[in-house]
Design a protein around this ligand. Structure first.
Ligand code: HGY
Ligand code: MN
Ligand code: MN
Ligand code: MN
Length: 419
């Protein structure tokens, strides 16, 4: 069968993908709007059971590794060759969408089905992975499972605590995984020929440009900040403005500093303060304590490091002018990572052969791919997000767009398999 015929033959079954997405989206934490399937939650556990069952139904041998990743394997002809890997995640943000991550896991399972149904036997093993805990979470560590596979999960990570004081390592143990072994389970560089992740774009670029496919060039680095402000409580009616040490105003000033810094980024930069808290929280008491949870991202690594430094200096100075102490704790989430040019070229070539219009673009969102890139040549395929919305109940990608992404994922993996 010629290359083109083989590619056409790998066209996925859209109805099957849509049915799987519907069923997976039924596992959600509450009656709130949107989808909530946080890492370690019961709906997450149940959803993983569904995913493992679908992997097996697609002919994948499955196991759960020490870090809690569900790993499915489709044996290739020559199993000593460096393997191929694809996958994504099935945890969600709180009140989020039903496509972020899911498209990459269910799409990869559909690829495995189509390879078997068309008798397309790969030279190499193909691994399909549902990575544990990709989303930001109360432990402050995203991409738990892909870090373990990449060998970048550390003991410090396992010691991170949520707001109840529960250690991440203990939460993993309660979930049935073996965190101690997760520290020693890294896949060796060279064990993988390539990793390709299919994901929704989560932004407006493809829709605005009327493109069907994004070929990802880089994944933004993410720096997260927990800033605490301590001032002095006073009577809100009697203390003159000039004499106040208002922690909440200092925090609000920091929020604007963080936003302004990103707005001035020369190439690419975004920043968000997702949460602010203050106490004592009464109309008539000047707040003496405040905290903000923020993050900054960029594909421009040097700008990101400079931005961290400038923001830290400015926040400290503005707080000091107000007689407020500021304590900043930075949590590096992930480094800026470039996709591998040769993998990008394979994806773009397959997209051309399939007649899909595509554009090369960076990812402002973080992904498991950013960590797997440490041990494998990495590429990502984006499909459009309606209105550019994600991490919200309105998140939507049309099944025809998803099917194009799955088709391209299959064709790209077949091309990579040829070496
Ligand atoms: O936050 C992110 O960028 C990803 O969607 N988890
Ligand atoms: Mn995601
Ligand atoms: Mn996400
Ligand atoms: Mn991802």
């Amino acid at each position: 069968m010629s290359g083109t015929t083989r590619r056409e033959a790998l066209m996925p079954d859209s109805e099957r993908i849509a049915a799987d997405l519907r069923e997976l989206s039924s596992f959600t934490e509450s009656a709130e709007p949107g989808w909530s399937r946080r890492v370690f939650s019961e709906p997450y556990r149940a959803a993983r059971g569904f995913v493992e069952q679908r992997m097996r139904g697609a002919g994948l041998d499955t196991h759960v590794d020490a870090a809690g990743n569900i790993v499915g394997r489709l044996a290739g002809r020559r199993q000593t060759l460096p393997a191929l890997m694809t996958g994504s995640h099935t945890d969600t943000v709180h009140a989020g969408g039903r496509f972020d991550g899911m498209v990459g896991v269910l799409g990869a399972i559909e690829v495995a089905r189509r390879l078997r149904e068309t008798g397309t036997e790969l030279e190499r093993d193909l691994y399909v992975v549902d990575f544990l805990g990709e989303e930001a979470n109360p432990f402050g560590l995203s991409c738990m499972g892909s870090r373990a596979i990449a060998g970048s999960l550390s003991r410090d990570h396992l010691d991170r605590q949520d707001e109840t004081g529960l250690r991440l390592g203990d939460a993993m143990s309660r979930f049935g995984v073996a965190p101690e072994h997760a520290l020693e389970m890294a896949w060796s560089p060279g064990s993988l020929q390539g990793y390709v992740e299919l994901h929704i774009e989560q932004g407006p670029v493809l829709e605005r440009g009327s493109k069907q496919i994004g070929v990802v060039t880089a994944i933004a680095g993410i720096e997260r900040l927990l800033a605490s402000f301590s001032g002095r409580a006073d009577h809100a009616g009697t203390m003159p403005m000039a004499g106040r040490q208002d922690a909440l105003v200092a925090a609000a000033s920091a929020v604007l500093t963080i936003e302004r810094e990103a707005c001035g980024a020369p190439i690419h930069g975004v920043s968000t303060t997702g949460r602010i808290e203050s106490s004592p929280g009464s109309f008539n008491i000047v707040p003496d304590e405040a905290r903000i949870w923020a993050e900054m991202r960029s594909i421009d690594a040097s700008w990101l490091q400079g931005a961290k430094r400038r923001v830290a200096e400015r926040i400290a100075a503005e707080a000091s002018d107000r007689g407020v102490d500021a304590v900043l704790e930075w949590l590096n989430d992930s480094e800026t990572v470039s996709a591998t040019t040769s993998v990008q070229d394979r994806i773009a070539g397959a997209a051309d052969d399939l007649g899909f219009c595509w554009e090369a673009m960076p990812s402002g969102a973080g992904h498991d791919a950013a960590h797997i890139a440490a041990i494998a040549p990495m590429g990502m395929i984006f499909v459009p997000s309606a209105g550019g919305r994600s991490h919200v109940p309105e998140e939507f990608t049309d099944v025809a767009d998803i099917a194009r992404g799955v088709h391209l994922l299959a064709a790209s993996l077949v091309d990579l398999d040829r070496g």
